[in-house]
Design a protein around this ligand. Sequence first.
Ligand SMILES: [Zn+2]
Length: 190
Amino acid sequence: MLMEALCLDILNSTWRGYRGGEREQDRLLTPGWDEQLMKRWGIQALSPLEPEAREVLQTLRSAMSHVIEAIEKGTDPAEQDLETINTALALMPSTPFLAREENQYVLSYHPLQVDWRWFVREVAFSFTQLLIQHDPLRLKRCQNPACGWSFYDESRHKNRQWCNQTCATLMRVRRFRLHHRSLSSEQFTP
Ligand SMILES: [Zn+2]
């Protein structure tokens, strides 16, 4: 099972196919995708999203992706990227609200107003939660160069390299072929 998070859905909203060579599609610009996403995460916002909201989400998506890149490199994130995330978090003020759900206490947040800014805030908040409540070192990008999707590695040894089984199989087959080719070229080298 892969960990699911709203921020991961936004991070993985560009699609280049698994094999590379395909034109990149931006699902943030695909009509209806945003509405499906909000429905999936139970977020009420004005939909479809305004062009302004899509632009803000694209900027937030880049900033979150840069942070994951910094984690992979073991460096500090750029100030500018943290600023983008903080701006998104502050887009819509909210009030903390204590509730009891299914025998446990939960803290949720009620927005001052429900519109696209709340949705953007929820995306940034979801990323923040992954960073602070989970292990940031498990946030990775798929090693298939044609893919690059982000995922949260829940494997026991933190050694997962691929976003899903399709990428894993594809890359294993490629590695096998490459290995096989280098073996056979060794064989025929005089
Ligand atoms: Zn992948």
